[in-house]
Design a protein around this ligand. Structure first.
Ligand SMILES: Cc1cc2nc3c(=O)[nH]c(=O)nc-3n(C[C@H](O)[C@H](O)[C@H](O)COP(=O)(O)OP(=O)(O)OC[C@H]3O[C@@H](n4cnc5c(N)ncnc54)[C@H](O)[C@@H]3O)c2cc1C
Length: 431
């Protein structure tokens, strides 16, 4: 008789786990609190679903499980993920290493997964929130709703409508806390905590930063290429370059997302957080050899008869140029030749090194992922709980978060495969 596995959470990781467990011969049931599975997948990659990335290594991830990720990706990484989706009939579009369904529709990823679940006769219970996961430690725990006996080693799950069922293995794939309207509101951490797991503090990641300065309204809506460096207590930490988006409250866009988890943890510890913005990242940095002067001096000379508004025009977005003039205390209508060397220096420094003070991140509602979660040191390389054998974890519920670019979904596919296969194998092998 095939063994029964329950997957709690029908997101990317839960569906992947269910497919692989069923392919390995287990009888699988998914419990999903929403009225449908995979809601979050639909909003990924701006509706196009950046489901993986050709450039993949553990350096693209954070959390307590970097070694674990390496082990897991050796068995099931990008190559296997591409083969998996192609095997389900999905053509793939490679955009400079960023992988998408060729249809341009995130719904394709969800559809092919749903069809495969149907093909494999996986039962999907929607609108069924799991509220307890209990390993049965002795043979006396009878009384499930399906009348099954409950030998030692099985795992009981209880849903909000008070049904109880026992399984040979349970895979927790409840997601993290990001985008809670899609169903992942952090309740999975509570289920894990009740099993004795430590939860690494959870913060919003891949999200925008709120800043203290009051000038953001003047430049809200501007997008520009920039190089960003995060400073924590004055110490340089991470950097990233890309399209910076200026908002009413601060800064957003992919390079900001990449810095946000470190900023969030630092703010949580009440550290001082700031970002240095280089608005002219293509220009050589001034290493004291006059590289910057070679750019600026001819400009000061050539435009000496013009106004400072004219001087900044064409360097960066106009609104940003005017903002920098204001921050340097230089009037727009001042003549270039009247600006002293020290004020010139102050202005040119601002183009290369505008410092903004960070006071917060966007909330979980606007974050793409959450950093933190179930401590990876408490799971085996097969993603089985070392505290509650028979319980497995997959996806964002674990303390793993990737950078922007398909890395978080790749973790969902790889961890789903690992947990699904191992749970099915364990369930079949366990006497
Ligand atoms: C706007 C947005 C865009 C993104 N874009 C990308 C992208 O392009 N590329 C990328 O790699 N990543 C992207 N991500 C991140 C990626 O979507 C997630 O990391 C990934 O979906 C996590 O998968 P998961 O299965 O672990 O969790 P989730 O997708 O959150 O799924 C968890 C599921 O569990 C259900 N659930 C929770 N608790 C219970 C319970 N107690 N009982 C029953 N069901 C429960 C939830 O309803 C949910 O369906 C994006 C995220 C967002 C929010």
């Amino acid at each position: 008789m095939s063994r029964r596995i329950a997957v709690v959470g029908g997101g990317a990781a839960g569906m992947a786990a269910a497919v692989h467990a069923a392919r390995a011969g287990a009888k699988v049931e998914i419990y999903e609190r929403n009225d449908r599975v995979g809601r979050k997948i639909l909003s990924t990659g701006n509706g196009r679903c950046n489901f993986s990335n050709e450039k993949m290594d553990s350096g693209c991830y954070h959390g307590s499980g970097l070694k674990l990720i390496e082990q897991i990706y050796q068995n099931y990484g990008v190559t296997e993920t591409k083969a998996f989706f192609e095997g389900l009939g999905m053509r793939i579009k490679d955009r400079g290493g960023y992988l998408y369904p060729a249809s341009g529709q995130a719904s394709t990823v969800l559809d092919v997964l749903r069809y495969e679940l149907e093909q494999l006769s996986v039962t999907i219970h929607t609108q069924r929130k799991v509220i307890a996961v209990v390993p049965l430690r002795n043979g006396k725990d009878a009384g499930t709703d399906d009348g099954a006996t409950s030998p030692k080693g099985r795992i009981r799950i209880e849903t909000a409508d008070h049904t109880k069922r026992d399984y040979d293995a349970v895979i927790l794939a409840c997601g993290g806390k990001a985008a809670p309207n899609s169903g992942s509101d952090g309740n999975g951490y509570i289920l894990a905590e009740k099993l004795g797991h430590r939860i690494v503090p959870v913060v919003p990641a891949l999200t925008a930063l709120h800043c203290k300065e009051t000038f953001f309204r003047r430049v809200s809506g501007v997008r520009c290429d920039a190089d960003l460096t995060l400073y924590i207590d004055g110490r340089e930490t991470v950097s990233d370059r890309g399209e910076l988006q200026w908002t009413e409250y601060g800064i957003s866009g992919i390079p900001v997302f990449q810095l946000s988890r470190d900023a969030a943890y630092a703010l949580r510890k009440k550290r001082s957080v700031s970002v240095r913005i280089d608005l002219m990242p293509d220009l050589p940095k001034d290493a004291g050899n006059g590289e910057a002067d070679a750019f600026w001096n001819p400009r000061w000379e050539r435009q000496s008869g013009q106004t400072m508004e004219q001087f900044v025009t064409g360097l960066v977005n106009k609104k940003l140029g005017l903002l920098l003039l204001k921050l340097a205390g230089i009037g727009e209508s001042e003549k270039v030749c009247d600006v002293t060397d020290s004020r010139r220096k102050e202005l040119t420094n601002l183009f290369r090194s505008l410092i903004v003070s960070v006071k917060g991140t966007n909330s979980f509602e606007q974050a793409q992922v959450s950093a933190g979660g179930v401590d990876c040191r408490e799971v085996t390389p097969q993603l089985e709980s070392s505290l509650a054998p028979g319980v497995y974890f997959a996806g964002e519920i674990l303390d793993v978060d990737g950078i922007c670019g398909g890395y978080n979904l790749q973790w969902a596919w790889s961890s789903g495969f690992t947990a699904g296969r191992a749970a099915a194998k364990q369930a079949v092998e366990r006497p």
